[in-house]
Write a protein that binds this ligand. Structure first.
Ligand code: PLP
Ligand code: TYF
Length: 394
């Protein structure tokens, strides 16, 4: 029967990674998949994570099943990490999920069960998996303008004009910080406008935050999100420990739901348990046990914060180097956007032909939408990168 299947749609990022691995050239550069690398090109296991793993190895009493909600210490700690200091923390629930991806699907299923006619609005351009996940849950998906490719900044007017049209049957999916793929984030004033529009027009904000700590810092990256949760009655949040704990393959994340009161939030959580059972019964434990241990052990938390800060400093340093070295080479400031953008990624505006030439002639791998992973670069490769960009007419 499987011959009936049509051709699969490929994941543009994961297939690029596979092509990179198969490339025998030694000077090749992987600017594709979103993983942080240190200056030796390695995605390290954080020392705080290693220490927590050591602790678990010696102290974990059992590998027996945990339960539908996963690790409740993790759930509490992750809620606190996101919502500490907000009034909304007291009317929020969290559920451990297999990555933010699992959280996105969880909340998509919940939305579909609550209000099947909802339209989810995603940014254009946006994270490659937002649309597939929402559509797989049976939701309608539409996109709002977000990015101005000429200026490599926010298309503010068009975006706000679209938001002004949203109503009670709409959900507005936003990136909490470090927008993937563009690197262009909302200003605090936009979050304020979104909160008041949501109050007036009745649409529900859904904030996906996969890079907390990679933009301006762990707390600074939450400014917009925290404003919205305190102003708006109901907010959905998905969060990931893939990047800021470096736990990628451990599949660690959470779905957080803020409701008008704790009772309503808890009711929603009970319905989320049904979705858990129907999908995977329980989330994987290892990653969340690590995060729970780090966040509840003051010395380890301190160590983790320091390591996270080192990663942030490195990303910002690479962004500045790209701008200044392009400037030194060309005498122009056309690449200032590298320094203005936040987080791991920047959309560069390269054409498909330029992207193909960079891959074929120079071994430089860039996603088809012209996104580069700044956080995966090495300082010493920047001159080669710049020469190659300029050689293809960037
Ligand atoms: N949301 C966004 C915006 C992402 O960029 C990613 C990928 O890193 C995810 C969600 C999924 O992350 P996870 O690895 O936690 O599933
Ligand atoms: O955007 C990225 O590169 C990361 C990792 O299907 C990723 O978010 C890439 C492809 C994918 C899921 C995650």
């Amino acid at each position: 029967m499987f011959e009936l299947l049509s051709e699969p749609r490929k994941d543009p990022i994961l297939s690029l990674s596979a092509a990179y691995k198969d490339d025998p050239r030694t000077n090749k550069l992987d600017l594709g998949i979103g993983v942080y690398r240190n200056n030796d090109g390695i995605t390290p296991v954080m020392a705080a994570v290693k220490a927590a793993e050591q602790y678990l190895l010696e102290n974990q009493p059992s590998k027996a099943y945990v339960g539908l909600a996963g690790d409740e210490i993790f759930n509490e700690a992750i809620t606190h990490l996101l919502l500490a200091g907000t009034e909304a923390e007291h009317r929020a629930i969290a559920l451990q999920t297999p990555g933010a991806s699992g959280a996105l699907r969880m909340l998509a299923d919940l939305i579909r069960q609550t209000k099947p006619d909802t339209t989810v609005w995603i940014s254009d351009p946006g994270y490659v998996n937002h649309r597939p996940i929402m559509e797989a849950a049976g939701l309608k998906v539409r996109s709002y303008p977000y990015f101005d490719p000429n200026t490599k900044t926010l298309n503010e007017a068009a975006m706000l004009a679209q938001f002004a049209q949203l109503g009670p049957d709409d959900i507005l999916l936003l990136h909490g910080c470090c927008h993937n793929p563009t690197g262009v984030d909302l200003e605090f004033s936009h979050w304020q406008q979104i909160a008041s529009m949501s109050q007036k027009q009745g649409f529900l904000p859904f904030i996906d935050i996969a890079y907390q700590g990679f933009g301006d810092g762990l707390e600074q990256d939450l400014k917009g999100l925290q404003h919205v949760v305190d102003q708006v009655e109901e907010v959905l949040i998905t969060t990931s420990c893939s990047k800021n704990f470096g736990l990628y393959r451990e599949r660690t994340g959470a779905a957080v739901l803020v409701a008008k009161d704790k009772q309503t939030a808890s009711k929603a959580r009970s319905r989320m348990f049904e979705i858990v059972r129907a999908n995977y019964t329980m989330p994987p434990d290892h990653g969340s046990a690590i995060v729970a241990h780090i966040l509840t052990t003051p010395e380890l938390k301190q160590q983790w914060l320091q390591e996270l800060n080192t990663m942030l400093t490195r990303i910002k340093g690479l962004r500045t180097s790209l701008r200044t070295q392009f400037q030194a080479k060309t005498g122009e400031d056309r690449f200032a956007f590298f320094e203005h953008h936040k987080g791991m990624f920047s959309v560069t505006g390269l054409s498909t032909e330029q992207i193909n030439r960079l891959r074929e002639e120079f071994g430089i791998y860039i996603v088809g939408d012209s996104r580069v992973n700044v956080a995966g670069m090495q300082e010493q490769a920047i001159p080669y990168l710049i020469d190659s960009f300029l050689a293809v007419g960037a």
